[in-house]
Design a protein around this ligand. Sequence first.
Ligand code: UTP
Length: 297
Amino acid sequence: MQKKVTKAVFPIAGMGTRFLPATKATPKEILTLVDRPLIQYAVDEARAAGITEFIFVTSRGKGALEDYFDRAPELEATLKAKGKTDLLELLQATNLDSGAIASVRQNEALGLGHAVWCARHLIGDEPFAVLLPDDVIAAEKPCLQQMIEAHAETGGNMVAAMEVPAEKTASYGVLDVPSAIGPVLPVHGMVEKPAPGTAPSNLAVIGRYILTPQVLRNLESHQTGAGGEIQLTDAIEKEIAAAGNVYGYRFQGRRYDCGSKAGYLQATVAFGLARDDLRDDLEAFLYDMLAMRQAAE
Ligand code: UTP
C-alpha cells in the first residue's frame, strides 16, 4: 500500500519571459483564463485529487498569488449585504483554509529542479505531487487524480506524458519507453530538450508529476543540465538506473501550454466555448471573424 499523496508543490518562481511585457509587473500564474487565474486551475485540480497541503515556491513580486487564496472579508461582507449570493459562493470557493498554503522562496530562477528542491523541508520524507500552473489540462477526471489512482498501483515516480509532433520534441523532456501501449509506461530513459532528430520518442513530459523524496536528494548536487538550468528531468532520470521506478502516464484530457502566447489564446477560446454563459456569443464571434478573414483573402 502506497503512502497517500497529500502534498503538492507549485513552482511559481519563474520569470515568464515568453509573456513579456505582461509579466514585467504581473506574475504569469495570475493571468486570467476566462475569469480565473491560471493558478486557480492548478490548485482546484490538486484539491479534487485529495491534496491538502499546498506548497508555493515563489520569488519577488509574486505576493498576489498567495493573497488570491486568502479570505477577502470586505468583499464578502459587501456581496452579502447586497444579497449577491452567487458571487459570494464563487468568491468563497477560492478560499483555502488557514495553514493550507505554505510558501518558500527561490532567490534566483536556477531552473525547475532547483525550484522543487527549495520545498524540501516542507515535503519531508513522503511522496509528493508537482503541478506547473502554466500547463492547464481540460479533462473529465482531473489529470492529477488520474495519476494518483495509477500511482496507488505502481508507487515510484510518475510523470504526465503526451504525444507531440516530432518537430516539437526539442521543447520538452522526452521519454524513452520500450512500448507505448496503455496509459502506464515504464520509462527506460529521459532526455531534457533533445537536439532535433535525437528524441527517443515523441512522448513529452508535461507539468504534472508524482515524485519520491529520493528525487529531492538527487537535486542536492545542484547539477546543471539543458539550458544551464537545474533540471527536474535529470533528477528523475537518475531513479531509472538506481531504482527502476519511473513511469510515464498518458492522461486522458487536453493540455494547453498557457506559458506561451499561442497556447494561452487557444485555452481562452476552448474554455470560453466550454462555458454555457459564453458559448453562443463567442461562437458567433468566431464564425464572424473567420468569414471576414476568408472574404478578405
Ligand atoms: P518555464 O519553463 O515556463 O519558465 O517554467 P518561466 O520562467 O516560467 O517562463 P519563460 O520560459 O521564461 O517564459 C515552468 C514552471 O516552473 C517554474 C515557473 O514559474 C513555471 O511555473 N520555475 C521555473 C520556477 O519556479 N523556477 C525556475 O527557476 C524556473
